[in-house]
Write a protein that binds this ligand. Structure first.
Ligand SMILES: Nc1ncnc2c1ncn2[C@@H]1O[C@H](COP(=O)(O)OP(=O)(O)OP(=O)(O)O)[C@@H](O)[C@H]1O
Ligand SMILES: [Mg+2]
Length: 355
């Protein structure tokens, strides 16, 4: 049995006429890494603030560790928070910054020294204890902010875009660091980001937010391979979204795209005559010309781009429809020229019918 760490029951938040969060129910298991992902203004920070208690709910109930905290003030909820602007105290050393939460909790001098040095090891900043924040890089400061919240062993840590201000290399590095910390300490982590790849890398589950509502919640695999809506398919990863007419439904449905591409063997119980489907660019296989197998289509290469380890090929189908194909880069990728016909194939299991 997994224990529930956080439970929201129909929690909502309005600011006058603005519905920042529609009634939302959500459970986070103890030890889980759950990420709130979504575009700007979708309600991610609102959920975090409601859980931390810095904002009061307009309705609903919130439990942390089995305790109803709905009306409990922020400082009695015993959780850790890390924000985008790490807000270390500039006049204090790294040691004093990290030790501060312990001092507030009246730990002894010896205990503080022991615990601070333990977390300095966790964040790999042994030897930096006496520096001031301004003598650290942005990434190091952010690690200190994380340490300051790990030091008193909270059961639950909330992080709001903690890597938002850092460059790509440093983000990647700290992402791995956060994942490692989560795994070693087994702490429950609720993480906010609008970066889909960060969410995929870090999370046990992703809660995708859209306009103050939960759009879809599931493991990274579920969201990536089985998005339910156009919004989810579009927000996570790159996708081709095509309009189709449903020729027949059931376990072996037949669909036709606007350009006349016929897809057979898809599973859908859809009864509507038209729908949208998603095909990931990497699910399209470049086949030999003249291949007449099922689920094969032809088009013209419109553009081809080297994007590092992958090559993106834009293919124009009839009827002004285009489709993007992604392959691993090979040295001879330019052999596929612009304007040339190209034959593509897709497995029916890689075609996802959207709501
Ligand atoms: N104090 C407030 N007064 C009025 N409206 C607010 C207030 N705080 C948030 N909102 C509104 O609530 C909605 C959700 O805001 P929230 O901060 O949760 O978004 P977010 O998903 O964290 O976005 P971002 O990625 O930009 O940080 C937004 O439309 C926002 O304008
Ligand atoms: Mg926010």
């Amino acid at each position: 049995m997994t224990e529930t760490m956080v439970r929201l029951e129909a929690v909502e938040k309005s600011y006058g006429a603005v519905h920042a969060l529609a009634p939302t129910s959500l459970e986070i298991a103890r030890g889980e890494f759950l990420t709130l992902l979504g575009p700007s203004g979708s309600g991610k920070t609102t959920i975090l603030n409601l859980i931390s208690g810095s904002v009061a709910a307009t309705g609903g109930k919130i439990w942390i560790g089995g305790r109803d905290v709905t009306h409990l003030p922020s400082n009695r909820r015993e959780l850790g928070m890390v924000f985008q602007n790490y807000a270390l105290m500039p006049h204090m050393s790294v040691f004093e910054n990290i030790g501060f939460p312990l001092r507030v909790r009246q730990y002894s001098e010896a205990e503080i020294r022991k615990k601070v040095h333990e977390v300095l090891e966790v964040i790999r900043l042994e030897g930096y204890a006496n520096r001031k924040p301004k003598e650290l890089s942005g990434g190091q400061q952010q690690r200190v902010a994380i340490a300051r919240c790990l030091v008193y062993n909270p059961d639950l840590i909330l992080m709001d875009e903690p890597l938002g201000a850092l460059d790509k290399k440093l983000r990647d590095q700290l992402q791995l660091e956060i994942r490692r910390i989560h795994r070693t300490l087994g702490v429950t982590l609720l993480y906010v980001t609008h970066d889909q790849s960060e969410a995929l890398v870090l999370s046990d589950r992703i809660c995708l937010m859209n306009s103050g509502k939960v759009e879809q919640i599931g493991t990274p695999d579920e969201l990536y391979f089985r998005p339910r809506t156009v919004f989810a398919a579009d927000f996570l990863g790159d996708s081709n979204i095509l309009d189709v007419s449903v020729v027949s439904n059931g376990k072996q449905a037949k669909l036709t795209t606007r350009s006349g591409f016929q897809i057979e063997g898809v599973q859908t119980s859809l009864s509507a005559p038209v729908a949208k489907v998603m095909i990931r660019p990497e699910s399209l296989i470049v086949a030999e010309d003249g291949n007449k197998e099922p689920n094969t289509l032809t088009g013209l290469v419109e553009d081809i781009t080297l994007a590092g380890g992958v090559v993106d090929i834009q293919v124009r189908l009839d009827n002004a429809e285009t489709i993007n194909v992604r392959r691993l880069t090979t040295r001879d990728f330019r052999a596929t020229e612009r304007g040339r016909p190209i034959t593509l194939r897709v497995q029916p299991s890689d075609v996802v019918v959207l709501e």
